[in-house]
Design a protein around this ligand. Structure first.
Ligand code: ADP
Length: 498
C-alpha cells in the first residue's frame, strides 16, 4: 500500500496538473504542475481563497470570462456530471494566459459526491494554434479600425469587419485581390514605397493619406503598417491598421476656411479703423483750431462757456481718434519709442496735476522717497499710459471721490500704482481687460472703446516692463505700471548723466 506522502511525490512527477476540491469549492489538494499552470499557489482548505479553481481568472474557449462559481468544476459538482477534454483559458497571476484541457471526475461520498478531482493539461501554442487564433480573430473582428493583412506583392490575405464598413468591400470580394484596389492613382507611388519599407522590416506609423471606397468616394485615413514575419523570422507580408479620419480632415478644412475668412474680415475691419481714424483726424484738428480762435474773440461769457465745453468734447474726440490710430500702428508692429532718461515721480506728479485740474476727484500723489527715480523710456508714451489708467480710475469710480497715485523706486524697477475706490474688477476679468476691444460691461455707464489698456500694455511691454491690476470686487482696483530703472542708474553700472 502506498502511503500519502508517496502518493503526493508521485503526482508531483506527473506532466499534468491535478487538484481536488470539496463540494463547497475549497481546494483540498494540488500538485506542483497545477501551481505551474496557475502561476500561483492557492492556500489549501481556506474559505477566503477563490473557490473551485486555483487560477486567478478563467475564460471559456470563446474568450468569455468564467466566474469561479460558474466554472466547469462548480457545474460538474452541481449537476453530478463529469467533464472530458474541455478547453479553457487560464490567466496567471502575472497576467499571461495559457490554454488548457480540463477533465473532471466526481469523488464518490455517502450517497452524493464529496468533491471533485480535476486534471489540467496545459496546451503549448503549437498544440493549440486554433485556440490562440480565435482570441486574436475576435479582437480583430471587434476592432473599430480596419485591420488588413497583405503579402509583400500587395495581395490581400485578411480583411476585418471594420475594413468592410470603411472601404465598402466584403471579405469575399477583396481577399486574394490586390490592395491597389483601394489606392487612388495619385497614391500608387506611396504604396510602393510603404511596401519597400516593409520589405526592409521597417514600420510606418500614423501616416495620413487617402483611399477610394467601393462606391468611388475618396476618404482620408490614418495608417500604421507593420511587417509580418513567419516562424523563421522571414518577412512575408504586412498588416495595416487604418482609421477613417475623413470627418476630422473635413472639420480641419472647415476650420481653416473659417479662420481664413475671419482673418480677411479682421483685416478689412483694421483697414476701416485705420482709414476712418485718419480721415477724422484732420477735420477734428481744424475744428479745434477755429474754436480756439472763436474762444479768444468772443466777448459774451455765456458763449465762452459753451466754447470751452465744446473744446473739451473735441479733446475727447481727438483722444479717441489717436487711440484708434495707435491700435492700427500696433497691429502693424510699427510702434516707435523715443527713449530718454526722466524721473517717473515727476511724470506721475505732472499727469496727476493735469487730471486734478479737469476732474472732481481728489488725486493724492504719494512718493516714498525724496530722490528722483530715473527710467530710460518714451516719456510721452509713459504719460499716455498713466493718463489712461488715471482716466479709468476716475471714470469707473464716479461715486468715490479719491484716487491714490504712488511711485516706488526699487533697485531694478520703478513702480507706479494707481488705486481707485470704485466697484473693482471681477477676478476672472483681471487679464481680459488688457485685450483689444474688451470691456467688462458693454452697457457700462461710461463711454469707451476698450482699447486704452490694450495700448497701455503694448507700450509697457515694448519697454520690457509690466502692467497689471489687482482688485477685490466692491473695494476698488489698483493698477501697477512697472518699468526697468535706467541702466546707468543701477548702482555700479556707470555714471549718472542728465
Ligand atoms: P475703455 O475704458 O475705453 O472701455 P480700457 O481698455 O481702458 O477701455 O478698459 C477696458 C475695461 O476695463 C473697461 O471697459 C472697464 O470695464 C475695465 N476697467 C478699466 N479700468 C477700470 C477701473 N479702474 N475700475 C473698474 N473697471 C475698469
Amino acid at each position: 500500500m502506498i502511503d500519502l506522502l508517496k502518493q503526493q511525490q508521485l503526482t508531483n512527477l506527473l506532466p499534468v496538473g491535478i487538484y481536488s476540491t470539496d463540494t463547497n469549492g475549497l481546494i483540498t489538494y494540488y500538485n506542483e504542475k497545477a501551481v505551474e499552470i496557475w502561476g500561483r499557489r492557492p492556500r489549501l482548505n481556506d474559505p477566503l481563497e477563490l473557490p473551485f479553481c486555483g487560477a486567478l481568472k478563467l475564460y471559456d474557449k470563446n474568450g468569455n470570462l468564467l466566474p469561479h462559481a460558474a466554472c466547469h468544476v462548480a457545474t460538474a459538482l452541481k449537476h453530478g456530471t463529469s467533464v472530458r477534454n474541455t478547453e479553457v483559458c487560464i490567466e496567471r497571476a502575472d497576467g499571461s494566459r495559457v490554454a488548457a484541457l480540463v477533465n473532471i471526475d466526481l469523488i464518490p461520498g455517502d450517497g452524493s459526491p464529496s468533491g471533485a478531482i480535476s486534471t489540467i493539461y496545459g496546451l503549448t501554442q503549437k498544440e493549440n494554434p486554433h485556440f490562440n487564433n480565435r482570441w486574436l480573430e475576435s479582437i480583430v473582428e471587434l476592432s473599430e479600425d480596419a485591420i488588413i493583412s497583405k503579402t509583400l506583392d500587395g495581395t490581400v490575405t485578411s480583411w476585418n469587419k471594420a475594413a468592410e464598413k470603411i472601404f465598402g468591400y466584403s471579405k469575399e470580394e477583396v481577399i486574394g485581390r490586390s490592395i491597389f484596389l483601394i489606392i487612388p492613382p495619385s497614391r500608387i507611388a506611396e504604396e510602393v514605397e510603404i511596401l519597400s519599407k516593409i520589405k526592409l522590416g521597417e514600420k510606418v506609423e500614423h501616416f495620413e493619406t487617402s483611399r477610394v471606397t467601393k462606391d468611388g468616394r475618396l476618404i482620408h485615413i490614418s495608417l500604421s503598417v507593420s511587417p509580418v514575419k513567419d516562424q523563421n523570422g522571414r518577412i512575408v507580408g504586412a498588416s495595416k491598421i487604418s482609421r477613417d479620419i475623413t470627418e476630422k480632415v473635413r472639420m480641419n478644412e472647415r476650420l481653416a476656411e473659417f479662420n481664413r475668412k475671419l482673418a480677411a474680415l479682421n483685416k478689412a475691419k483694421d483697414e476701416f479703423i485705420a482709414l476712418a481714424s485718419h480721415e477724422l483726424k484732420t477735420p477734428t484738428t481744424t475744428i479745434k483750431g477755429y474754436l480756439q480762435i472763436i474762444e479768444e474773440e468772443i466777448e459774451k461769457e455765456e458763449y465762452k462757456t459753451y466754447i470751452k465745453k465744446t473744446l473739451r468734447q473735441v479733446d475727447k474726440l481727438t483722444a479717441l481718434i489717436s487711440d484708434m490710430l495707435d491700435v492700427t500702428t500696433l497691429q502693424n508692429g510699427n510702434l516707435k519709442l523715443n527713449f530718454s532718461s526722466f524721473d517717473v515721480h515727476q511724470l506721475a506728479q505732472e499727469c496727476a496735476s493735469r487730471m486734478r485740474y479737469e476732474g472732481k476727484h481728489d488725486i493724492e500723489v504719494k512718493n516714498n522717497s525724496s530722490s528722483p527715480c530715473f527710467v530710460n523710456a518714451d516719456k510721452n508714451r509713459i504719460a499716455q499710459v498713466i493718463n489712461t489708467v488715471l482716466t479709468n480710475a476716475i471714470k469707473y469710480s464716479p461715486q468715490a471721490g479719491k484716487v491714490i497715485v504712488n511711485t516706488q523706486c526699487g533697485p531694478e524697477f520703478a513702480t507706479i500704482s494707481i488705486q481707485d475706490f470704485g466697484p473693482g474688477i471681477p477676478g476672472d476679468k483681471l487679464e481680459q481687460i488688457f485685450a483689444r476691444f474688451y470691456r467688462v460691461n458693454r452697457t457700462d455707464f461710461s463711454s469707451g472703446l476698450g482699447i486704452g489698456l490694450y495700448i497701455a500694455r503694448e507700450i509697457i511691454t515694448g519697454h520690457r516692463g509690466r502692467i497689471w491690476v489687482e482688485s477685490v470686487e466692491g473695494s476698488g482696483a489698483t493698477f501697477f505700471i512697472q518699468l526697468p530703472i535706467a541702466p546707468e542708474r543701477i548702482a555700479g553700472t556707470g555714471s549718472v548723466t542728465e
